[in-house]
Design a protein around this ligand. Structure first.
Ligand code: HEM
Length: 454
């Protein structure tokens, strides 16, 4: 796979990671008090060359936390770091409307009336609905469903020569989240949905075939969901009272109106798709278990170590590179006046690797999370700030719980081998994975210790 100077790679297996975000910035001037990248347009540098390092490369080179550039021919202010997070996640300061042109990098789908693109009181009401889904009992149920569907998947994988863990993990995760949401699907339907959810996330951050396929799969998925909702609303199909699907379909806005068909479909998919996307963290967790053997023993022995390991996986490995927002309430920071409507990108990956926030940020060290109260910026992989009043992910606890459940299952109940493959992570690809997708072989219900390689 491409390993050239323009393609930053991180080597993560078998030892400490070395991150190689090379700086390639040129042509800098000042823009209203902050440095400006004068390139005509940096979209290709972001999507084809520098990927996750795009913002942090420039910040490091310029000795700044904030600079201006152009993406998709539009001016954008990029920022990173702890202070930038506090500014970006200050309640009411930014809207997510029109914050990601042509949906590049957009993970949670917006659109009129969705939680992501709503603001103020409308957002608070809608967000309340999502947060109410995440009671301790509901999260416990999601862990149980994940366990049941994961075990069924392992039985299937035992009969397969090669298992691409990333792709395959979408199936038990999709089965679990659909059932958790109140939607009982056939096995064939689950597979179709899993394929769509995977393709939709794979399509972000691309301008080519991946993006087209992601778009096609999104249309297919939304069509399926609209048909399903029509069937539920007309009484031809039932969902359990109080289930997430029921909550979304019976949600009323300030004027007492139900959601229209398209908004309800988008919101329900905003629960299903990101839960299936935990598959990416599953692949990274598998990689970390094999790359850092002492942690395999530690997560087996201690719940605190398991939690620290999971938090380090979501800090260390690249997933969502940046968040986009448009200024709603004007403010001044670092000599720059952020005008209403100005487009801003906040760097999640760079902030999760900022040496001012993390000691030895490019090393995988779960112990950093031991005896540490999780603060609003710890880590910023799911957004930052107060969940109720900002767009911080309502599924963060679920993500952590599901990852804990699956890591436990991988360590306690599975054995598998890792054939020779390219496990380097190409940071120029958004979203990224180990180059060979993390293939495992000889999967067995655990009868012997986890093996490192065939
Ligand atoms: C794979 C793991 C996940 C990651 C990395 C992730 C990441 C994020 C991030 C970064 C945001 C903030 C977006 C922004 O501020 O613009 C967000 C928002 C959101 N996430 Fe997640 N998420 C994950 C899992 C989940 C799950 C499991 C659910 C639901 C069950 C979920 C539902 C949502 C929703 C509805 C929003 C919008 C919240 C709002 O606008 O207030 N996510 N997610």
């Amino acid at each position: 796979m491409g390993n050239s100077a323009s393609r930053p790679l991180t080597q993560v297996t078998g030892g400490p990671a070395g991150r190689t975000c090379a700086s390639r910035t040129s042509g800098i001037t000042e823009y209203m008090g902050i440095p400006e990248d004068r390139s005509l347009d940096s979209t290709l540098a972001l999507l084809r060359a520098e990927g996750y390092c795009f913002i942090s490369n420039r910040c490091r080179r310029l000795g700044t936390d904030v600079f201006a550039t152009r993406l998709m021919l539009k001016r954008v202010i990029c920022m990173m770091g702890g202070e930038a997070a506090a500014q970006f996640c200050f309640p009411g300061r930014f809207t997510r409307r029109d914050a990601m042109p042509q949906a590049i990098l957009s993970f949670i789908r917006g659109g009129a009336g969705s939680v992501l693109t709503s603001d103020d009181e409308d957002h608070r009401r809608r967000k309340e609905m999502f947060l109410a889904m995440m009671s301790p009992e509901a999260l416990e149920r999601m862990s149980e469903l994940t366990t049941r569907h994961w075990r069924a998947a392992v039985r299937r994988w035992e009969r397969m020569d090669r298992v691409s863990l990333f792709s395959e993990a979408h199936i038990p995760l999709s089965a679990a989240i659909c059932e958790w949401s109140g939607l009982h699907l056939s096995e064939a339907e689950v597979r179709e949905r899993a394929e769509e959810f995977e393709a939709m996330v794979e399509g972000i951050g691309s301008l080519g075939v991946r993006s087209l396929r992601g778009h096609r799969m999104r249309l297919r998925s939304e069509l399926w969901m609209r048909q399903l909702i029509r069937a539920i609303r007309s009484g031809r199909r039932a969902v359990p009272a109080g289930s997430p699907a029921d909550r979304i379909l019976s949600f009323r806005d300030r004027k007492g109106r139900l959601m229209d068909l398209q908004s309800a479909a988008v919101e329900l998919l905003n629960v299903l798709r990101p839960a299936a996307a935990i598959a990416r963290y599953v692949a990274f967790a598998g990689l970390a278990l094999l790359g850092y053997p002492p942690w395999r023993a530690r997560v087996e022995a201690s719940d605190e170590d398991l939690e620290a390991f999971v938090n380090e996986v979501r800090r260390f490995y690249p997933f969502i590179p940046a968040l986009g927002g448009r200024v709603l309430t004007e403010f001044t920071w670092r000599n720059h006046h952020f005008r209403q409507g100005e487009w801003v990108l906040f760097d999640l990956y760079g902030t999760n690797h900022d040496p001012r926030l993390w000691e030895k940020p490019d090393e995988f060290r779960p112990e950093r999370f031991l005896n540490r109260q999780i603060a609003p910026l710890d880590p910023v992989s799911h957004g930052a700030g107060n969940r109720r009043f900002t767009h911080r992910c309502p599924g963060e606890w679920m993500t952590v719980d599901v990852m804990r459940t699956i890591v436990r299952l991988m360590v306690n109940e599975m054995s598998f081998s890792l054939p020779a493959q390219d496990l380097r992570i190409d940071l120029s690809r958004i979203p990224t994975l180990p180059n060979s997708g993390f293939v495992i072989t000889r999967v067995r219900q655990r009868v012997e210790p986890l093996r490192l390689a065939s």
